[in-house]
Design a protein around this ligand. Structure first.
Ligand code: IMO
Ligand code: MG
Length: 409
């Protein structure tokens, strides 16, 4: 069985925690896109793990994890991360593999990335990890795949700094390389494969809020090319979203908290939800859950069910609101627009709900959740026409309510 997990917003939806939870039942986890721009936090047995390149399935024992063909990989960053995992007692040797078709991020890509964004008239606010440069080189056929970096004739064409860099890491990454297409083909039918996305649907290069996007295919469709499988083999697409919205960097964000009235709520969400970037430490922009954007994300990704995270962050909020339409110069719209100017000036039409005003972190079943929380959840499900199969009510793996196990479809 193949289960795809994607972010259904602008990244940072809590994919790390959900993947870690689902990984208990997985045999293989393939991260299918992005690079060290991602930041995934996993809390388990009081230990916090922060991952950027390594798939979030690594913490669960007995899994094998693969950095997929759709990824762009900085080996320095990868081995720093693996060394940190070793220091934290995670036994990863023999469990981590890299698709030999994945592209390398070479040292000068980061400098180009930072300089390009600094001189852009409207900066994107990239993470400065060289991601856009690596994908641009890939698209213009000037990239360096992992497999190509083993070919002296190709390496010879690189600037000296890049050659030295490859020479420094090749001996460590070569034993981890696999032909992912062949690997996936030989899988036994009963094996559970989890295809793990990074970033989110709205940061996808094609379906996101272009140009304020990342450069990889973070949509569900990216799981196919990024994990070397065909679309028919996917059994379930799970979209992860938060009880509210966040965005890091620049770009339109219709439901963003604006003005003095929402100062207190913004502070509460940012501090309780720990809404600071794992990769860059930047405070994340926060806003109401945007159902216009979420409905779009679900439609274009064939999302079968959703995982709602960070619901507990709203425990003390008097009257949580949801954004259900946009007010624009062109009138009230209910469809997510492609016109970036329309999206920039869109203001949220909101609907208020009664708050539950009690901690929900100890609830074990859906029925134990306060009625007000269930009303909030059920409104979302009806609006999006997609069931919410999992609800996260805290950072720890245990604080997860499963209404329907996505592995059992
Ligand atoms: P995870 O996997 C949130 C954002 C950056 C910037 C834009 C382009 O943790 O959800 P890039 O360096 O990729 O060229 O930056 O995309 N961005 C993310 N925002 N979560 C992420 O990943 C992100 N990865 C990139 O902030 O606005
Ligand atoms: Mg993140």
């Amino acid at each position: 069985m193949k289960l795809v997990v994607i972010g259904a917003q602008w990244g940072d939806e809590g994919k790390g925690k959900i993947v870690d939870f689902l990984a208990e039942e997985a045999d293989v986890i393939v991260r299918f896109s992005g690079g060290a721009n991602a930041g995934h936090t996993i809390v388990h047995d009081d230990v916090t793990y922060k991952l950027h390149l390594v798939p979030s399935g690594i913490i669960a024992p007995d899994t094998r994890v693969i950095l997929g063909s759709g990824m762009v990989i900085d080996p320095e960053s990868l081995f720093d991360e693996l060394d940190r995992l070793t220091a934290q007692g995670v036994d990863w040797e023999g469990r981590v593999f890299i698709s030999d078709r994945a592209h390398l991020v070479l040292p000068h890509y980061k400098e180009i990335d930072i300089e390009q964004d600094r001189t852009r008239i409207k900066p994107i606010g990239t993470t400065g990890r060289g991601i856009g440069v690596a994908y641009a080189k890939k698209a213009s056929r000037d990239g360096m795949r992992m497999i190509d970096s083993l070919d002296p004739a190709q390496v010879e064409l690189l600037p000296p700094e890049d050659r030295t860099f490859i020479a420094r890491f090749a001996a460590r990454y070569t034993p981890l390389l696999v032909d992912l297409a062949a690997f996936m083909r030989t899988a036994a039918p009963e094996e559970h494969h989890l295809l793990e996305g990074a970033q989110g649907a709205l940061l996808d290069i094609d379906i996101g809020t272009y140009p304020y996007v990342s450069s990889g295919s973070s949509a569900a469709a990216g799981a196919c090319v990024g994990a070397a499988i065909g679309p028919r083999s996917i059994d379930h697409v799970l979209g992860v979203f938060k009880a509210y919205s966040t965005r890091v960097g620049n770009g339109p964000f219709p439901s963003e908290f604006r003005g003095k009235d929402t100062d207190e709520l913004e502070e509460l969400v940012r501090e309780t939800g720990r809404e600071y970037g794992v990769t860059t430490g930047r405070p994340r922009r926060c806003g109401y859950l945007d159902l216009v954007a979420l409905r779009y994300a679900c439609a274009v990704n064939s999302v079968d069910s959703l995982a709602l995270t960070h619901l507990d962050v709203y425990d003390t909020v008097e009257a949580p609101k949801l954004c259900i339409a946009y007010e624009t110069e062109a009138g009230v719209i209910e469809d997510f627009p492609s016109d970036i100017n329309l999206l920039e000036e869109a203001r949220p039409v909101t609907k208020s709900f009664a708050g539950w005003n009690q901690p929900i972190g100890e609830c074990k079943t859906y029925e134990e959740l306060p009625q007000e929380a269930r009303s909030y959840i059920e409104f979302i499900e009806e609006f999006i026409e997609t069931p919410i199969s999992m609800i996260s009510i805290g950072y720890e793996r245990e604080r997860t309510i499963v209404r329907r196990n996505p592995w059992k479809v």
